[in-house]
Design a protein around this ligand. Structure first.
Ligand SMILES: [Cu+2]
Length: 136
């Protein structure tokens, strides 16, 4: 019984070690809940599983023809969060390509694809109104 306890302690400390030395991987991004509207400056928040060295990281907007544009990014309110400033965009397909330095000095590259829709705000307005209509 005692041995089992020691074994689980060992496993626990190994798991913690793994978490501390993990590279910065995106675990969440605000595009999933808040799509980018056309022709409007927007912000996208990226959440990483570890602290990020913002000064050594680069985030690019990739648009048609593989055009890369370096974007401005600032620290979010919580550790591991980055707020990326998106310039006003015409409707179309885009991607965020980022090279992120984790606090452990490891570099991670990743791409998030997203679509800027031309139907500006119409869908959202409809969704917000329907609950009120039900009540009436
Ligand atoms: Cu690492």
């Amino acid at each position: 019984m005692k041995r089992l306890f020691q074994l689980s302690l060992l496993t626990l400390s190994l798991l913690q070690l793994e978490t501390v030395s993990a590279h910065a991987v995106v675990t969440d991004n605000s595009l999933q809940i808040a799509p980018i509207h056309a022709n409007r400056a927007e912000k996208v928040e990226l959440t990483f599983n570890s602290q990020v060295e913002l000064g050594l990281s680069q985030i690019f907007l990739v648009s048609k023809g593989d055009r890369h544009e370096l974007l401005k990014a600032t620290k979010g309110e919580q550790n591991g969060r980055i707020v990326v400033e998106i310039p006003p965009l015409a409707p179309g397909n885009y991607a965020l390509r980022f090279k992120i330095f984790a606090a452990d000095g490891h570099l991670t590259e990743d791409v998030i694809h997203f679509v800027v829709d031309s139907t500006e705000g119409e869908d959202q307005a409809g969704q917000e109104q329907s609950p009120n209509l039900d009540r009436l």
